[in-house]
Design a protein around this ligand. Structure first.
Ligand code: EPZ
Length: 420
């Protein structure tokens, strides 16, 4: 397995180009199952999760071509409706074929995505919503067996919890259902918004895009003509690089971003004392030697994103005082704490609340990546720490960060990838 070796303590400088959003790209690959044409997608991040989803589409019988961040996908040849365990276990977002396959073919089998490091990650809300749309669903030998032989019908669906991929699955199912589906308590993440916008540009009438209430007029199984589109920039990658500058007292500029999607992150960095120059598609952050402690409560969009909680916890180790981080969305999203403590971080946990004492001078160590965003927090801590850090099991990082070591090296970091 690969590991990353980072010599910490240096400064970063220059510009970093932010890639397309993994979490926008995944549902957008799922929506190709509703199309009847060659669908051209640009600005796809070249990360493992995207490759895995394309492999899944190929296994279902789609024709795909993917190179240098551009894909052409035609799913008219799809003749399989089973998403097998071997794929789903590698990437739980494979659940995003459930809604489209069921809406289009009237039946599908999707392996239940297991839990993961950050929590149980159930999909009960996805299944309940599809049953309200007329599907019969049962679980057999670890597979979701979903049937709707007459197609799905419109329904009024209220999610008891805000679920991003749950909303995305139902939006895609509703796009091909019969009648007008209303989704209450829908997720408002920018990734959900782009999915709705692409469907709207494909002729699906959708009201309330960007709000918690969506109304979708289905095509009654008429396949869609999906025009080409660019995947939106990755707001979580952008937040990660802002923290990389912040934790190393560096000034850098991020290019190719959508600052509209970063408001909560920008606000929190300003609260910590940072100066940021914000334009529509670039941000420059100034270096700061004395960081103010801060409080974070992770919340659904437009609140503070859970996907940058770990990165801000690493940053909090460098603040002058006590920071507090409350993780509301996932029950086990503090896997990075033990590893940060190995580097000298002073963090105490009380349920879903972490108290971080700063300023603590971190020391390089051998640490273990456990999940995608926890791993990026270890990279940030390693950039700040004195000495050498080796981050093991970095396949987690490869799932969601495009050209991580190349981008960090370009910013002046001392990082290389080794094999053990
Ligand atoms: C999406 O996961 C993202 N993944 C996650 O990013 C992100 O952390 C999460 O949304 C929250 O923003 C993708 O978009 C591919 P949820 P998702 O359904 O949709 C509970 C990353 O780092 N829930 O919004 O799986 C669930 O357990 C990844 O890129 C149910 O109880 O998250 C959680 O507590 C990690 N039943 C809460 O809702 C359900 O049926 C929010 O989960 C569904 C969810």
């Amino acid at each position: 397995m690969d590991f990353l070796c980072i010599q910490g303590g240096g400064r970063l400088s220059g510009e970093v180009h932010i890639s397309g959003s993994k979490n926008a790209a995944l549902p957008l690959l799922g929506v190709t199952l509703l199309g009847k044409n060659d669908i051209h997608i640009h600005n796809l991040p070249q990360v493992v999760d995207i490759q895995t989803f394309i492999t899944l589409l190929n296994m279902l019988g789609a024709k795909t071509h993917f190179e240098a961040g551009n894909a052409c996908i035609n799913t008219t040849s799809v003749n399989q409706t089973k998403a097998v365990y071997d794929i789903v276990r590698k990437m739980r977002a494979s659940i995003l074929v459930l809604g489209p396959l069921l809406a289009r073919f009237g039946h599908c089998e999707v392996s239940l995505p297991g839990g993961c490091a950050i929590g149980a990650r159930p999909v009960d809300l996805h299944l309940k919503a599809l049953e309200k749309m007329g599907a019969t669903i049962h679980i057999e030998s670890g597979y979701i067996i979903a049937k709707a032989p007459q197609g799905l019908k419109a329904a009024e669906i209220e999610f008891e919890k805000i679920t991003v991929t749950g909303t995305e699955n139902i939006v895609m199912a509703a796009a091909l259902a019969r009648g007008k589906t209303r989704i209450l308590n829908a997720a408002r993440e920018p990734e959900v918004v782009q999915l709705c916008e692409v469907l709207q540009e494909s002729g699906v009438q959708i009201e309330g895009i960007g709000s918690n209430e969506l109304i979708i007029e289905g095509s009654d199984r008429e396949l869609l003509n999906i025009p080409s589109f660019n995947v939106i920039p990755d707001r979580i990658e952008a937040g990660t690089y802002l923290c990389a500058a912040a934790i190393t007292q560096s000034a850098i500029t991020l290019k190719n971003i959508c600052t509209e999607h970063l408001k909560a992150i920008i606000l929190k960095l300003k609260e910590a004392g940072f100066t940021l120059y914000v334009q529509e598609d670039t941000i420059s952050i100034e270096s700061l030697s004395s960081i103010q402690p801060f409080e974070i409560i992770t919340t659904e969009y437009p609140g503070f994103p859970t996907d940058v909680q770990a990165q801000f916890m690493a940053l909090a180790t460098q603040a002058e005082g006590e920071s507090k981080i409350i993780e509301r969305l996932f029950e086990n999203r503090f896997m990075h704490v033990n590893e940060l403590q190995r580097m000298g971080a002073k963090i105490t946990l009380d349920g879903n609340c972490a108290n971080v004492h700063g300023k603590t001078h971190l020391l390089g160590a051998d640490v273990m990546a456990t999940d995608l965003r926890a791993s990026s927090a270890l990279v940030l801590a390693a950039l700040s720490a004195k000495g050498e850090t080796r981050i093991h099991r970095i396949y987690h990082l490869d799932r969601g960060y495009e050209q991580l070591e190349e981008k960090l090296t370009q910013l002046g970091a001392k990082v290389y990838r080794g094999r053990e």
